[in-house]
Each structure stands twice: as structure tokens, then as C-alpha cells.
Ligand binder design. Sequence first.
Ligand code: CU
Length: 231
Amino acid sequence: MKNCLFAVVVAVSAATAVADGVSGVVKFKGTQPAERALPLDPACGASFKKVNPGAKPTTRFFVVGKDGGFGDVLVQIKGLSGGPAPSGKHVLDQKGCEYIPYVSACRAGQAISVLNSDPVLHNVHPQPAVSGNKEYNKAQLPHGPALDFQYDQPEEFLKFKCDVHPWMFSYISVMDHGYFAVTDENGKFSIAGVPDGTYELLARHRKAGETSQKVTVKGGKADVSLTLELK
Ligand SMILES: [Cu+2]
């Protein structure tokens, strides 16, 4: 009976490993600029060390994986509206005196819940650039309760900052449709639920610009590779 159960589990995980939806990779081309060291104060230095043992605190402008995969790229299907509903709140944490994730995306109207996992005071200061999206500046005690925000107008790379720690930034893209993803640290992405058809797939990075490619979805799937060149 034990063996039988084991076989079932293996079969399920093999099935889920097959890529579904529009998936693929964004590659980085060019010379990766050096990141800058972050001037952490002692309290933040200690927290950073605890969260990232052995790592040096630096800016995170260009996340490039070993195989050239480009992280923190906003990828989206153009020309579609609606799409899969957001599942729960979009969570942004403060850990080691950094915002985690650094770059992410959510749906317009979706609650953005900001946590403070640090033993230090932060203040959460979203600075939207689009009219109708409100600026806030809220202090958050060490390990304090979550603060919720909501943005109804689409805005790419809406900036969150902390005024206590001038190196702390996060960028959340607020999307008016559900067909988007942000690439992981190896440049990989997956967009679920795209109807069959031919679309423009747009990839945009905060500092490396954008590129787009035609993609044809058949049987609910498409595999695509894009390259963003830093000039
Ligand atoms: Cu802070």
C-alpha cells in the first residue's frame, strides 16, 4: 500500500512539472553593471546578516542568473483584458532592511499587504506617479502589524520606499489585466490561463528598457524566449 501511494505522488508531481500557459525565459545581453554597496546602519546590518548569512548588502538593479536569465522583468500579454483573478493579498515584506520582493506585480484593486519581519522601525512610503493612486507614509513598528494598501489605477513599477532607510525600495506593477508575470532570478516566467491566439508579449525592465515578441498560444501553451539588451 505504501508503494502504491508513493507511485501516485510521483505521477502527480510529474504532471505538474509540464509547463502550462505562456512560459519561457528572458535573457540579459550586454555587460552587467556593478551593483553599489548599501550603507546599512548597525541595527539593519545585524538584521541583514541574520537573513542573508555571508552576503553583502548591495543594490539589486540587475539580477542575472548563471545562464544569463534576467530577473525582475515585467512580462505581459498585450491586448487582453480580464484574466485569472488574483489569489488573496499581494504580500511585500521587509526583511534584513530590504523590501522582498524587490520587483513584483499585482492586479489593480488587489490589497497589498506590507509586513515588517525586522526588529527595527520602518516607514512605508509608496510614491505613485499616476493620478488617482494615493501617496501614503505610514510608520511600522518592529514586527508590527501588517499595513494594507490598494491601488486602483494601473501603474507599472509603482515605487515603495522607506524614509528611515534611504536604500530601501520596491517596485510593484499594478496591472489592469491578469496576463502578466515577473521573471524569477533565472529569468523564468509563466503566465497562466491565456486563451489560444496570437499576441504581442512585452518584456520590460526598469533599467534595461523593453522588448516584445509575437507569441502564438495553442492548446493553452506557448514557450518563448526573449532577450533584453542593455545598450
Ligand atoms: Cu526601513
